[in-house]
Every structure is written in structure tokens, then in C-alpha cells.
Design a protein. Structure first.
Length: 521
RNA sequence: CGUGGGGUGGAGCAGUGGUAGCUCAUCAGGCUCAUAACCUGAAGGUCGUUGGUUCGAAUCCAACCCCCGCAACCA
């Protein structure tokens, strides 16, 4: 079956940190790797979001051209994903011609169908700077408590009043402190209320959604959907495909969502729609702040554009990662970039630790000390040591030759276990799968003791024990592909299935695949 | 009543109606094939508080307490 697996597009104005990886990219990769093992036809994609004021402002700060600035960060993302074995079929960006064409096509179609309409509205404008002022560029005093330092679009720290341009006192331009005026401007609006009924029905039926996804979407919809402006007075971004709007661009959140379609097309050409139509499923991984874009706005765009396109089959969101007990923050220099974590711990140690602790249900506190402890006690001492003691024993006592026997009890245990894991993955319980694999390794270690192979040196026993090693190579592959592949090489086999079948044959000289991390405290 | 999440043995977590679980740490045994690794057993929890629903509540409901995020870079 065809499945489209995507991860939300990262904003090309900063580098990936461990939170990005744990919150979205790693769980998506593990999921898609497993599905590929099962033989599903997976298209796994993402790409950098190249536009938006965040990119523009950051680029201006360092006096760079916004496009080359974004491209620089795009390449950094691409590079770190490759280094972390996030196995995208395509990682592109939203600055391509294909993307622009698709956005224009969708924009015009929605416009023609009156799902996008023009509205005149008044926006704060600074005559001194000769520019429209986005929300937070207008400062003033709170209308309720007179607190002199509030910004439009935020809540007052003191009394929690939400500040609007309509109610702020003594407004001034943040840049030059002149008083802004209201100036008429024409913008385009996406008429979300037209989709409200269908979206409500859609979300209601989606029992596969995690609790947060459902709750957040429902609470967003509860108060009724409102039209949202999808254009901005800016020079950087995707142009509006109508005459007379050369000084405006399409707002980034509208166009970035379309990236999923255009990037599909970029890789698959004319066949891209096959991944977006029945019976294909589309699955979106992201952190929790992106939920409503995917559960409400993307479905609305799809409904308005082409009724044959499927709505998201699942939206898999994760909570946040804390670092050493505190929220990550660049300005406080409290952040761990993915590339630094990679250097410190190594790819598979990092992947394994994050996978075991994915913030699926609640925030997870990433601690370096805990990582070292966890890797040493589970991946090295439990799983790694089991693999090593078994392989070494086979190599030293049986010349690495595993003869075929039968052990129905163990073979059944392993097959049943595989079914369990498969159902965990299919239900997007990735963390549970990783935890279960550790229990599997526990069971294998117990088996080793019970069989007392060092006394009897029975070839049937090594056959039994090696079944667990082979099983581990398959089980670990989605989580730590490189190490699992190395293990498969020792076993002289290849990883290409999610099903367990009895294993025998000649193995290569083993070595320690999962060394401990030296603690240099 | 601003809002979302969370409060489970020393630490980190799982567990959404039916005898409280896992990993680490602690203690006592065992084993020696292995990365001083592995196995067995023990101790340790009034599941934030109070009240309610129920034959039965960590799990459902209500109220309250505490912690974290919700201004900016930022998933």
C-alpha cells in the first residue's frame, strides 16, 4: 500500500537542535523505516521552509540576501539529516519552481471557487518608515491597567488583557517611535468557515489521533472558524498570481503546507497524486505547535482544491524536549544542536536514547548524564552484551557455523513478539516498541543463562541463542539502522523484511557493536 | 475563574475501571560464555489533596494545591 510520510517543514533560519530530532524527524524516520521493511510503498519527505518574516529578519540582521541565507540553513538541515540517517526519499525546499507553480495553481483554484476572497482592511502603517507594521511592531500602553510596555498581538504581563491595535493606548512604531496610522490595504483571506462543517466531521471521526491532537483541534474549532488572511505586505516570498499585487506575497503558513504536495511532485513527477489519493494514506509528523495547521487548515486547502485528495490519515504530534530541566532557548545559550549531540554521543547512541524517551505523551527532559547511563546499561550492557556474548561464543566454539535445528517454543516466542512490535508501530507507539525491544533482550539474556551453553556446548543451544541475535538485527533496524546493518553483516545476512524466519549459516568474526560511553566526569 | 501539559516507590518513566509495573540506584545470593557484563531474590509507593460515581478508581466526575510552557530566537 502507498503511504506518504512527512515531517513538518523546518524554518530555514536556524540549525536543528535535539528537540527537532526527538519531536518529529526521528519518530517519523523510525516509522517509515519500519513500514518500508514491511514492504509498503512509502514516500518519505520534508523540506526547508524558505520564506516568512523570520527568515527575512534574521537575514537582514546579518546583512545577507534572504534567499542565500535560507539556502545556507537549508543545506545545514539537509546535511544533519543525512548524518543522522533520517532517510528521506527527498528533502527539498519551498524555493523551487515546482512549488511556486503548485502554490499558484492552488491559490487560483481556491480564488475561483470563492474559498479565497479579497477583503479591504485597515492595517497599522508607519508613514515615517513607509511600511505596514506587523502586530508586534506596534508598542504602547495597556488599555486596562496602563502598563506602558505592551505590544499588539500579545497579552499584557500585568493584567492579561489581550492587546489589539484597536484598543492599545499611545501606539508607536517600534522602529522609529512615530505614531502609526491606519491605512487601507487589500488582502486575501482563506474562508475557513466554509469548511467548518466538513472539518468538524473529519476531526470527530479521527479516533486514531493522539489526545493532544484531537483536543487542540476541537478546542480550536469550538469557537467557530474565522477567515484568515493569507497575504502579507512583504517583498520576500511567493508572489500572488494576480495583477496589481506585486508588493505583496503569500503568507508563509499557507504556502508552506503546500510544500508537501509540491515536494511529492518534485520526486514522483506526474505520479505524485497516487500518494495523495485513495487508498494511499498521508501521515504527518510534527511538534505540537503545528497541529491546527495540519488538522484544520491543510484539510481545508485540500477540500477546496481537489476533492479527490485524501485528508491526513494521521497527525502525529509530540510534546517538547527540555534540556537539563529547562526549556531550550537560543538567547540564553541553553540549547543542544543536533550536530553537537552527534559529535558528543554518536549517531546511534543519540537515536536510541531519543527513541526510548520520545516525548509522545509529555515533555521529556534530555540530560547528558542520563543519556550516558541509559546507553551503557541498556544498549551496551543489555542488548549489546547479549549480541556479543552469543556471537563470540558461536565463533569461538563452533567456528562460526550455526547449524539448523528447530525450537518451536523460541521461534513462536519470537514470531509473536514481532507481531506485537508491528502493532505498536502501526499504532504509532514508537516509544513502546523501543521499550519492548529491551524486554526482548532481557528475555534473551535469561535464555542464555538457562541453557548453560558454556557447560554443554550443545549446537542446538547456539542455534536457539542466535535466533534472538538475528531477531534483534531486524528489530533494531528502524531505530538504529547503521548498527543493525553492521550486525547483519556479521551474520552474513541482509535486512529486508519485518518478518522473523529461522536463521542459520556461517557468521563472520564478531566485534563489539555497542561500546560503552566512557564517562569523563 | 487567561491557557495547554504534568504531579505514580531515592532518580527517570509506563500504566485510563478489576490483585500497583519497568529501568537505574540499594541489599542478599548465583553464574563465569560476554563489554567488571549476565541471572535469581529482597527491601522500597496512603499513585498531589479532598470529596463524589461504582461491587470495585492511579484510571471517571468535582473542587483545590503544586510544578512546567504559553514575550522574544524557538518543535
Amino acid at each position: 500500500m502507498k503511504k506518504l510520510v512527512t515531517v513538518s517543514l523546518p524554518y530555514a533560519n536556524s540549525e536543528a537542535h535535539v528537540g527537532h530530532i526527538a519531536g518529529a524527524y526521528l519518530p517519523a524516520d523510525i516509522y517509515q523505516r519500519f513500514q518500508k521493511l514491511k514492504g509498503e510503498d512509502i514516500l518519505f519527505l520534508s523540506g526547508s521552509d524558505m520564506h516568512g518574516s523570520g527568515v527575512l529578519i534574521n537575514a537582514e540582521n546579518v546583512s545577507e540576501d534572504p534567499h542565500s541565507f535560507a539556502l545556507k540553513y537549508h543545506n545545514k538541515f539537509k546535511n544533519i539529516f543525512t548524518k543522522l540517517d533520517i532517510g528521506f526519499d527527498i528533502y527539498s525546499n519551498t524555493a523551487t519552481e515546482i512549488h511556486k507553480k503548485r502554490v499558484h495553481d492552488i491559490f487560483l483554484k481556491l480564488y475561483k471557487n470563492k474559498y479565497i476572497i479579497q477583503k479591504l482592511e485597515y492595517q497599522p502603517f508607519c508613514e515615517n518608515e513607509k511600511r505596514f507594521l506587523p502586530d508586534r511592531y506596534v508598542e504602547g500602553a495597556c488599555p486596562n491597567c496602563e502598563n506602558p510596555k505592551v505590544k499588539v498581538g500579545e497579552s499584557c504581563d500585568k493584567c492579561n488583557t489581550f492587546i489589539l491595535f484597536d484598543n492599545i493606548k499611545n501606539p508607536e512604531c517600534k522602529i522609529c517611535h512615530h505614531k502609526p496610522i491606519l491605512k487601507k490595504t487589500k488582502n486575501f483571506f482563506l474562508e475557513l468557515p466554509l469548511f467548518e462543517k466538513e472539518i468538524k466531521k473529519y476531526i470527530n471521526k479521527k479516533n486514531i489521533f493522539r489526545k493532544t491532537v484531537k483536543d487542540l483541534s476541537e478546542s480550536y474549532i469550538k469557537t467557530g472558524l474565522i477567515s484568515r488572511s493569507i497575504t502579507r505586505d512583504m517583498s520576500y516570498g511567493i508572489s500572488i498570481p494576480l495583477e496589481g499585487f506585486e508588493d505583496k506575497v503569500i503568507y508563509v503558513w499557507f504556502e508552506a503546507l503546500i510544500g508537501y504536495l509540491s515536494i511529492s511532485e518534485e520526486l514522483k513527477g506526474d505520479k505524485w497524486e497516487e500518494y495523495w489519493k485513495e487508498p494511499s494514506q498521508t501521515i504527518f509528523f510534527m511538534a505540537k505547535d503545528n497541529i491546527v495547521f495540519h488538522s484544520i487548515i491543510l484539510p481545508s486547502i485540500l477540500l477546496g482544491y481537489n476533492k479527490n485528495l485524501v485528508l491526513p490519515y494521521n497527525i502525529v504530534s509530540n510534546e517538547y524536549l527540555l534540556l537539563e530541566g529547562e526549556k531550550m532557548s537560543k538567547s540564553n545559550n541553553h540549547s543542544l544542536l543536533a550536530k553537537d549531540a552527534l559529535k558528543l554521543f554518536g549517531k546511534d547512541n543519540l537515536r536510541f536514547y531519543l527513541a526510548l524517551n520520545l516525548p509522545e505523551g509529555k515533555d521529556f527532559n534530555f540530560q547528558k548524564k542520563d543519556l550516558i547511563k541509559t546507553i551503557n546499561s541498556t544498549l551496551a550492557s543489555n542488548i549489546g552484551n547479549y549480541i556479543n556474548r552469543t556471537l563470540t561464543f558461536a565463533y569461538n566454539n563452533f567456528d562460526g557455523v550455526i547449524e539448523k535445528y528447530e525450537s518451536l517454543e523460541d521461534e513462536k516466542y519470537i514470531s509473536d513478539f514481532f507481531k506485537n512490535i508491528s502493532s505498536s508501530y502501526d499504532n504509532f507507539k514508537i516509544k513502546k516498541a523501543v521499550n519492548d525491544i529491551i524486554s526482548f533482550s532481557d528475555h534473551a539474556n535469561q535464555k542464555f543463562d538457562q541453557l548453560k551453553i558454556w557447560e554443554n556446548k550443545d549446537p542446538k543451544n547456539i542455534y536457539i541463542l542466535i535466533q534472538y541475535v538475528y531477531a534483534l538485527s531486524l528489530l533494531l533496524y528502524p531505530i538504529i539502522p547503521e548498527s543493525a546493518t553492521n550486525l547483519a553483516k556479521i551474520l552474513n545476512t541482509k535486512i529486508k523484511t519485518d518478518k522473523y524466519k529461522p536463521f542459520w549459516g556461517k557468521i563472520e568474526k564478531p566485534y563489539i557493536i555497542f561500546p560503552k560511553i566512557e564517562n569523563d566526569d
